[in-house]
Design a protein around this ligand. Structure first.
Ligand code: C5P
Length: 227
C-alpha cells in the first residue's frame, strides 16, 4: 500500500477521478503527481500528449501553421515519452500552437476520456480536464499563480537544466501561452464553475500539495453531483 495513504483520514472513494487544470508553470503537474501518489491513482499529464504531437510534427518537418499538417502528426505511437526533448521550450511553444486546432484536440480526445473513465479512478492534469475531458470528475482543482511567479519558477527550472535563459523572455513566453490557451475557441483554458481555485503564488511546494489534498477531501465529502 502507498505509505502516503496513511496520511489520508477517512475512506478513499472508489474510482475517484480528480481533474487538475491551470496555466503553464502554475504547479499543476507537481500537484497532480502528488495527488496521484497520495490516493494511489494512475496519472496522465495531458500536456505531454500535445507535446508529443508537436515533437512528431517537428521530426516530420511539418509546418505548425497548418492544421492539416498538425493533424497528420497526431499518430504519436512512435514517440518515446521519456525523450527529454518533449520538455523543451521549442516543443512547448509548438504544442501551445497546435493545441488550438480542433482536429488535433479531437484526435487526442478519446484517449484522455478513456483514461479518465477507467474503473479504478484517475488523476489528469491539463487545460480542459474539468470542462471537457472529465466534466463529472469527483474533484476539480484550478491551480494558478501570478505570471511573474510562474515565470520565475520556469526560469529557475530551465537554469537548473543548464539552459541560458533570461527572466524577461520567459515572462513574455508565459504571457503568450496564457493568451493562446485562454483565447482559442476550442476548449479554452477556463476554470470550471465547480472547480476549487488554488493559487500557489505564496505557497511552497509542500504547502501547495497539502492545500490540494485538503480541497480534494472537501470536494469528495460533499454529496454526489446530481443527487
Ligand atoms: O502543460 P504543458 O505546458 O506541458 O502543455 C503544453 C501545451 O499543450 C500547453 O501550452 C497547452 O496549450 C496545451 N494543452 C492543452 N490542453 C491540455 C493540455 C495541454 O491545450 N489538456
Amino acid at each position: 500500500m502507498n505509505p502516503d495513504r496513511a496520511l489520508s483520514d477517512g475512506p478513499v472513494p472508489a474510482g475517484l477521478v480528480i481533474a487538475v487544470d491551470g496555466p503553464a508553470a502554475s504547479g499543476k503537474g507537481t500537484i497532480a503527481r502528488a495527488l496521484a501518489r497520495h490516493y494511489g491513482l494512475p496519472h496522465l499529464d495531458t500536456g505531454l500528449l500535445y507535446r508529443a504531437v508537436a515533437l512528431n510534427l517537428l521530426q516530420m518537418g511539418g509546418d505548425a501553421a497548418s492544421e492539416f499538417a498538425a493533424m497528420r502528426a497526431c499518430d504519436i505511437s512512435q514517440i518515446d515519452f521519456a525523450d527529454p526533448e518533449l520538455k523543451s521550450e521549442t516543443v512547448g511553444g509548438i504544442a501551445s500552437r497546435i493545441s488550438a486546432y480542433p482536429l488535433v484536440r479531437q484526435a487526442l480526445l478519446e484517449r484522455q476520456k478513456a483514461f479518465a473513465a477507467q474503473a479504478g479512478g484517475a488523476v489528469l492534469d491539463g487545460r480542459d480536464i474539468g470542462t471537457v475531458i472529465a466534466p463529472v470528475a469527483d474533484a476539480k482543482l484550478f491551480v494558478t499563480a501570478s505570471p511573474e511567479v510562474r515565470a520565475r519558477r520556469r526560469h529557475d527550472e530551465l537554469k537548473r537544466l543548464g539552459m541560458n535563459v533570461h527572466y524577461e523572455d520567459v515572462l513574455a513566453d508565459i504571457h503568450a501561452r496564457d493568451e493562446r490557451d485562454t483565447g482559442r475557441s476550442t476548449a479554452p483554458l477556463v476554470k470550471a464553475d465547480d472547480a476549487e481555485l488554488l493559487d500557489t503564488s505564496d505557497l511552497d511546494v509542500h504547502a501547495a500539495i497539502a492545500e490540494a489534498i485538503r480541497l480534494v477531501k472537501r470536494a469528495t465529502a460533499l454529496p454526489c453531483r446530481g443527487s
